[in-house]
Ligand binder design. Sequence first.
Ligand SMILES: CC(C)(COP(=O)(O)OP(=O)(O)OC[C@H]1O[C@@H](n2cnc3c(N)ncnc32)[C@H](O)[C@@H]1OP(=O)(O)O)[C@@H](O)C(=O)NCCC(=O)NCCS
Length: 161
Amino acid sequence: MDCRHIQFRDCKFSVDLNQLQHLFKITAFWAKSRNLEDLSTAVMNSDPVITVWDKEQLIGFARATSDGVYRGTIWDVVIHPDYQGLGLGRKLVETLIAHPKMNRVERIYLMTTYQQEFYRRIGFETNESTTMVLHSSDHGVLITPQSLVDQSIPESLESLV
Ligand SMILES: CC(C)(COP(=O)(O)OP(=O)(O)OC[C@H]1O[C@@H](n2cnc3c(N)ncnc32)[C@H](O)[C@@H]1OP(=O)(O)O)[C@@H](O)C(=O)NCCC(=O)NCCS
């Protein structure tokens, strides 16, 4: 396939959420059941967000969250099945990490279940030593707004409040 007309866009405000939801449904096992409202929140809270277009069809997506200097994390990298194996996934990740919000970040992390080889070819290494996870069902129990309110202030600090 001639990919010269394929466009990469760096604008989260131009993401068509209906097309994104469909792309995830057919491509991303971890994101098949995401609703539009939550997708919108995830997109708006990410920077950069890179999309790939064949004319008006969304055929690729990737996003990152980053502090711009020390740490960044890549999320939700997908290329439409009809367009896989053409070098677009590599270009998508390279575009994401070349973005000004990412290009001076000391360490860029990502989580992947099956695509280690794809990322290895781009330069990522396996990193087994640093990964832990807290699921929302667990942290809801650990830290609730009420438990924060309930914390009493030590007497020694009361005069400072
Ligand atoms: C993973 C994915 C984004 C790769 O996109 P793609 O456009 O097919 O990949 P590319 O054509 O750019 O491949 C880049 C390189 O990785 C290699 N590669 C791609 N997928 C691979 C795989 N599953 N196993 C081994 N190598 C792979 C290619 O052969 C190519 O190697 P080369 O540059 O040495 O020729 C795409 O297959 C996809 O969307 N998969 C489903 C969603 C998914 O799993 N996303 C990753 C979530 S962490």
